[in-house]
Design a protein around this ligand. Structure first.
Ligand code: NAP
Ligand code: G4F
Length: 321
């Protein structure tokens, strides 16, 4: 019989790739969507008739309980969050409510209504923040550097606590940055490829950025949702770093993007203090040995391929503008 999966955050980048993956595997997929004045389903329009949408919000316990009752999930993927680090300084209380306390609400709904479900929590390498070891592993101490990072640490420990308190099958994926053509426009990779494609088509003349020296371990979202699924198939729940093991600066991302379009980035990029953060995560580099050894997971897409995939998608999308 087909399994039921409930995905919170199905309209986001990862939710859309995960829904693709689970439908391919024959799951019945339920997606939690919040009420917006204009529906925001562009990333899942291609599968909209194959998923069941349930209205709900991570700040509203009763809607989560209701969604859990309807979906009767075998697997719960908690991907919903206020996920943009920059915004978390402007909206720290909202970020804490959704990204932190929201996890407890999902855990409570699962504990009372689907206690045998396997649950995935979207934890983040932002928890390492001011890194204490390099590369970062499951043993590296957390030192978050933003209200978002702080909220993710709360969510992480809430999951460990529910696993230990109630013997529930709960796993944290400590995912490093992962990108794709479906990435939100405010994140630096998509901002760069989108604006470079606009410059290439003569639609724009500059790209305003903050700290070009920040280093990130960037992977492909399509590879990372497979790691989420593998965690929930394992007999025992656990916590795993998911990363490529390569790190690159924002500057390198910019250079590669512009050079692939035959453009000199230095003519277009303007440093704007508005995009410099109050506290920065300078270096992220993950060691995913445990995920490889225990789950058999490996990333397929590497940095150069990721950049060209995103550039090509944006050039094509903007071709007729
Ligand atoms: P995303 O594209 O920003 O998607 C976030 C999703 O959460 C969207 O579907 C959004 O709905 C939903 N959401 C926001 N607030 C909500 C609320 N109050 N109630 C219900 N749903 C709400 O993020 P992503 O890149 O797919 O990331 C997925 C998860 O992984 C997030 O938890 C993120 O923090 C975490 N993570 C991401 C990365 C990464 O590099 N991508 C790395 C580590 C961890 P709307 O469409 O209505 O806005
Ligand atoms: O693309 P970003 O906004 O991603 P960030 O802050 O690393 O967070 C992402 O990855 C986390 C995993 O580590 C997730 F948990 C989180 O949800 C999100 O998906 O910024 C990347 C780097 C930062 O150092 C930032 O300061 O790029 C730098 N940057 C420089 N100029 C910029 C800009 N970032 C943005 N968004 N916009 C700029 O103009």
């Amino acid at each position: 019989m087909s399994k039921n999966a409930l995905i919170t955050g199905i309209t986001g980048q990862d939710g859309s790739y995960l829904a693709d993956l689970l439908l391919d595997k024959g799951y019945n997929v339920y997606g939690l969507v919040r009420r917006l004045s204009t529906p925001n389903t562009s990333r899942i329009d291609h599968i909209i008739d194959s998923v069941e949408m349930l209205e709900g919000d991570l700040t509203d316990q009763s809607s989560l309980n209701e969604a859990m009752h309807t979906a009767q999930p075998d697997e719960v993927y908690n991907l919903a969050a206020q996920s943009f680090v920059g915004t978390s300084w402007n909206q720290p209380v909202h970020t804490g409510d959704v990204t932190g306390l929201g996890v407890i609400r999902v855990l409570e709904a699962t504990r009372h209504i689907a206690p045998d479900a396997h649950l995935y929590q979207a934890s983040s390498s932002e928890m390492f923040g001011k890194v204490q070891d390099t590369p970062q592993t499951e043993q590296t101490k957390f030192h978050p550097r933003s209200p978002y990072g702080v909220a993710k640490v709360y969510g992480y420990w809430a999951c460990v606590n529910y696993r230990e308190s109630y013997d529930m099958h709960i796993s944290n994926g400590i995912l490093f940055n992962h990108e794709s053509p479906r990435r939100g426009i405010e994140f630096v990779t998509k901002k760069i490829t989108n604006e470079a494609a606009r410059i290439y088509h003569g639609l724009s003349s500059e790209l305003r950025l903050g700290n070009l020296d920040a280093m990130r371990d960037w992977g492909f979202a399509g590879d990372y949702v497979d790691a989420m699924w593998r965690m929930l198939q394992h007999d025992t729940p656990d916590d795993y770093v998911v990363s490529t093991g390569e790190t690159h600066s924002v500057r390198e991302f910019v250079e590669l993007t512009f050079s692939s379009l035959g453009l000199d980035w230095e003519k277009y990029v303007v440093i704007d203090p508005k995009f410099v953060r109050p506290a920065e995560v300078q270096l992220l580099l993950g060691d995913a040995t445990k995920a490889r050894d225990v789950l058999g997971w490996e990333p397929n897409v590497r940095f150069e391929e990721l950049v060209s995939m995103m550039v090509e998608a944006d050039v094509e999308r903007l071709k007729h503008k």
